[in-house]
Design a protein around this ligand. Structure first.
Ligand code: PLP
Length: 398
C-alpha cells in the first residue's frame, strides 16, 4: 500500500518523481526549461489581477518561473517543508532570509564556527545596519539558554559546521529559541535532505548551498530556502524580490532537478568514501587528529548518530606537522584536486585558514577552533581505492 501514497514513497522515488504538477502537452518525460524572463497576459485585466494576487499564474521570473516551481516542489517534499524557494547561490539564500526578518536594534545569536562568507555577512554586513550579532558555542545548548533574550530574533547555525565538523543538537536548540519566539535557521548544506531534516527536528527555516551536493556536479551555483508557507511569503516577496534579487536561472534549476535524481545514490557513495578516508587517517601516525562524526572517537559521535542518517561526505584533519605539513600534503596530491567547494564528483581538498575561512581574523579562527593546520576534504565519487592510494602517497611525502 505505502508505495501508492506519494508522500510515503522512498527518498530516491520522491527525488525522481515529486514536484511535477502537470503533464507535458507533447508527452516529454523530462520537463522543458522555461527560458523566459516574462509571461504574456491574455488581457490587461488579467495582468492587473495577477499583480493584485486575485489570480494565480506567472508574472515575471524574479517572482516565479515554472522550471523553478517544479524544483521547489520537489525540494519541499524531500525536506518535509511547506514551502521552498530557490535562489542564485547559498549566500543569496542566507541573505534573503535575514533581510526578510531583521531590523535595526534586533539581535541574532549565531554559532562560533560558520562558513567564511556567512561569517563575513554577519560581521561586516548586518552589523553595519544596527543589528547585534553575538557568537555562542552551540555545541552545549546551555550556552544558548544563558545568552538568549526577548531581543533575539534569529538563532543560526550549521551542523556539522564548516570546516571543523562540530555538531549542534537541532531539537534542543530549537526548544530554547522558541521559548523567546526566535526563528531557528539551519544551514543544512553538509547533510542534504537525504541525511538530515532540521525542520522535522524543530527548526523553522533551512538553507542550502545547492552549489554543493544538491547540484552535485560542480557546474552551477544555487541556493535553497525551506520554511513555512507564511514565512516564505515574506522571503519570496521581500527578501528575494525587493532586497537581494538573487534569482536562480531556469537553466541551473533544470540542472539541479537533474542532479537530484541521483542524490540518494551519490550521498551513499560520498558517505562510504568519507568513512574510508577517515578510518585511514585515524590509523596514520602522520595525522594528529581527525574530525569526522562517524568515528567512535569523535567527541559528539552519539549526538551525530541520533540526528543524522549517516555521517556525510566531509572529513577534516590536522597533520602532525601543522600548517606546513598541511600545505606540503596538498601539493603532493595527484588525483584529489586542490579546490574549495564540496559535494562534487571529484574529491576536493582545501586549507580553510588561508582559503574558505580567511574572512575570519587569525585571533577569531583560534578562538573558534579553526586551526592553522586544519585540512578539509570533500570525498568524491571516485573508487575508494584510488582516492586512498593518492592520499597515502601524499602522506608518505610529508
Ligand atoms: C558554500 C557554502 C555556503 C555558500 O554557498 P554559495 O552557493 O557558495 O553562495 C554556505 N554554507 C555552507 C555550509 C557552504 O558550504
Amino acid at each position: 500500500m505505502s508505495s501508492l501514497d506519494p508522500k510515503k514513497r522512498g527518498f530516491a522515488t520522491r527525488a525522481i518523481h515529486a514536484g511535477r504538477d502537470h503533464k507535458d502537452p507533447h508527452g516529454a518525460l523530462t520537463s522543458p526549461i522555461y527560458m523566459t524572463s516574462t509571461f504574456e497576459f491574455e488581457t490587461a485585466e488579467q495582468g492587473g489581477a495577477r499583480f493584485a494576487g486575485e489570480e494565480g499564474g506567472y508574472i515575471y521570473s524574479r517572482l516565479g518561473n515554472p522550471t523553478l516551481t517544479e524544483l521547489e516542489n520537489k525540494l519541499a517534499d524531500l525536506e518535509g517543508a511547506e514551502a521552498c524557494l530557490t535562489v542564485a547561490s547559498g549566500m543569496g539564500a542566507i541573505t534573503s532570509v535575514f533581510w526578510s526578518f531583521v531590523a535595526p536594534g534586533d539581535e541574532i545569536l549565531v554559532d562560533e564556527t560558520l562558513y567564511g562568507c556567512t561569517f563575513a555577512y554577519f560581521r561586516h554586513g548586518l552589523e553595519k545596519f544596527g543589528i547585534t550579532v553575538r557568537h555562542v558555542d552551540m555545541r552545549d545548548p546551555e550556552n544558548l539558554a544563558q545568552e538568549i533574550s526577548a531581543k533575539t530574533k534569529i538563532v543560526y547555525f550549521e551542523t556539522p559546521a564548516n570546516p571543523n565538523m562540530r555538531i549542534v543538537d537541532i531539537k534542543a536548540v530549537s526548544e530554547i529559541a522558541h521559548s523567546v519566539d526566535a526563528r531557528v535557521v539551519v544551514d543544512n548544506t553538509y547533510m542534504t535532505p537525504y541525511l538530515q531534516n532540521p525542520i522535522t527536528l524543530g527548526a523553522d527555516i533551512v538553507v542550502h548551498s545547492a552549489t554543493k551536493y544538491l547540484g552535485g556536479h560542480g557546474d552551477l551555483m544555487a541556493g535553497v530556502i525551506l520554511s513555512s508557507a507564511e514565512d516564505m511569503e515574506q522571503i519570496r516577496y521581500v527578501g528575494l524580490k525587493d532586497m537581494t534579487g538573487a534569482v536562480l536561472s531556469p537553466m541551473n534549476a533544470f540542472l539541479i532537478s537533474r542532479g537530484l535524481k541521483t542524490l540518494e545514490l551519490r550521498m551513499e557513495r560520498h558517505c562510504d568514501n568519507a568513512e574510508k578516508i577517515a578510518a585511514m587517517f585515524e590509523a596514520s601516525s602522520k595525522v594528529e587528529k581527525v574530525y569526522f562524526p562517524g568515528l567512535p572517537s569523535f567527541e559528539q559521535h552519539e549526538l551525530a548518530k541520533a540526528q543524522m542518517a549517516r555521517f556525510g561526505g566531509m572529513v577534516a584533519f590536522e597533520l602532525t606537522g601543522g600548517h606546513d605539513a598541511g600545505l606540503k600534503f596538498l601539493n603532493s596530491l595527484d588525483l584529489c584536486k586542490i579546490a574549495v567547494s564540496l559535494g562534487d564528483a571529484e574529491t576536493l581538498i582545501e586549507h580553510p585558514a588561508s582559503m574558505t575561512h580567511s574572512p575570519y581574523e587569525p585571533e577569531e579562527r583560534a578562538k573558534y577552533g579553526i586551526t592553522e593546520g586544519l585540512v578539509r576534504i570533500s570525498a568524491g565519487l571516485e573508487n575508494a581505492t584510488d582516492i586512498l592510494a593518492d592520499l597515502e602517497q601524499a602522506l608518505a611525502r610529508v
